[in-house]
Design a protein around this ligand. Structure first.
Ligand code: NAD
Length: 353
């Protein structure tokens, strides 16, 4: 298969591309606008691969998308391109509506028109896989419930509302046009190449520099954490073996409070990087509580039974093994982090300074 991956220069998209190129015989076309979150340095290990191609384009740009479909003639689309950071969506929702809603609509329409023009065999095999989040389901609060594929949508933030809108569009294209879609809703990912504005890398890098570790409110928010390489493997399983029109929830069976995550990072750093910044006895001394994010959901938790039973997928990593791998990765890739933090990964590709 030739798979068109949108958002392939992002955190999860780059893991998907590395997975496909190293574990399968499929080809990849990476379509990415290269926003601040897109970093081609995350693909350095595969960028010269003969089965890899890159196209810089905006999923809102219909003409550019049409040209890419004509040039590459993909057999499937894995759609990951999105604005993805909740705090940014609160400060500026427009980019989220534009990319996540209008961009998904535009990609759906270009994909559908391409699909309609395919010969019968190719048409039957074509798939459009939309990658979404468990945040569309909203807040489980203190309940013991889990999100299933049938849980009603109740998004809380501009980010999750825009992702919910895109999920609805994708499912409507299946019902209305018979367009062959698959949808996955996944819990919080963590692992290598995660942008340093997100919780786990932010805490690791702040701690190493002796800066404070800001935790929203009491840090009681519960998330179900999934190691990104387990997610990449699940996504590939779904596009290969998933039933058309179906939704699969993907989770790590790893519910942790934010405080547990931050303390876990501090404890691992004590072991793996014992030369702490001066003035502290333990990295935990750097934890500070900051006012909670507006509309912050208390608990997300995924029931991933369907993908386990139907497609035989289970995560390989526990939170403990995955977090250890993640902290070790950041300690060994401080140069990648420095280039993201000082902006040189963008300046150089834009030809500035
Ligand atoms: P990310 O922010 O790291 O990467 C997003 C990528 O999309 C970047 O490379 C960016 O350049 C690209 N992009 C943004 N706008 C674009 C546009 N208009 N046209 C083309 N490319 C554009 O995001 P991520 O964390 O890798 O998430 C990928 C997908 O998975 C998203 O759809 C997100 O909603 C979903 N998801 C993420 C998580 C998580 O924990 N990170 C969990 C579940 C689902």
């Amino acid at each position: 298969m030739k798979i068109l991956v949108t958002g392939g220069a992002g955190f999860i998209g780059s893991a998907v591309i590395r997975y496909i190129l190293t574990h399968t015989d499929d080809s990849v076309v990476n379509l990415d606008k290269l926003t601040y979150a897109g970093n081609l340095e995350s693909l350095a290990s595969v960028s010269h691969h003969p089965r890899y191609a890159f196209e810089q384009a905006d999923i809102c740009d219909r003409a550019a998308l049409e040209e890419i479909f004509v040039t590459h003639r993909p057999d499937a689309v894995m759609h990951l391109a999105a604005e993805s950071h909740v705090d940014r969506s609160i400060d500026g929702p427009l980019a989220f509506i534009q990319t996540n809603v209008v961009g998904t609509y535009t990609l759906l329409e270009v994909s559908r028109s391409y699909w309609q023009g395919l010969e019968a065999i190719e048409k039957n095999q074509f798939r459009f896989h939309h990658v979404s989040t468990d945040e569309v389901f909203g807040d489980l609060g203190q309940s013991a419930d889990l999100f299933t594929e049938n849980t009603c949508y109740s998004p809380s933030s501009p980010y999750s509302a825009s992702k919910a809108s895109s999920d609805h569009l994708v499912r409507a294209w299946y019902r209305t046009y018979g367009f062959p879609v698959l949808v996955t809703n996944c819990s919080n990912n963590y692992g290598p190449y995660h942008f340093p504005e997100k919780l786990i890398p932010l805490m690791i890098l702040n701690a190493l520099e002796g800066r404070s570790l800001p935790v929203y409110g009491e840090g009681n928010q519960i998330r179900d954490w999934l190691y990104v390489e387990d997610h990449a493997r699940a996504l590939y399983r779904v596009i290969r073996k998933g039933r058309l029109g179906e939704t699969y929830n993907i989770g790590g069976f790893n519910e942790k409070t934010n405080m547990e995550v931050v303390r876990g990072i501090c404890d691992l750093l004590m072991e793996l990087s014992p030369e702490k910044p001066k003035d502290i006895c333990h990295y935990r001394d750097l934890i500070v509580h900051v006012p909670d994010r507006p509309g912050h959901d208390l608990r997300y938790a995924i029931d991933a039974t369907k993908i386990k039973n139907e497609l035989g997928w289970l995560p390989d990593e526990t939170f403990e093994t995955g977090l250890r791998k993640t902290v070790e990765w950041y300690l060994n890739h401080l140069e990648w982090c420095r280039r993201v933090q000082d902006g040189s990964y963008r300046r150089e590709r834009l030809g500035i300074g």
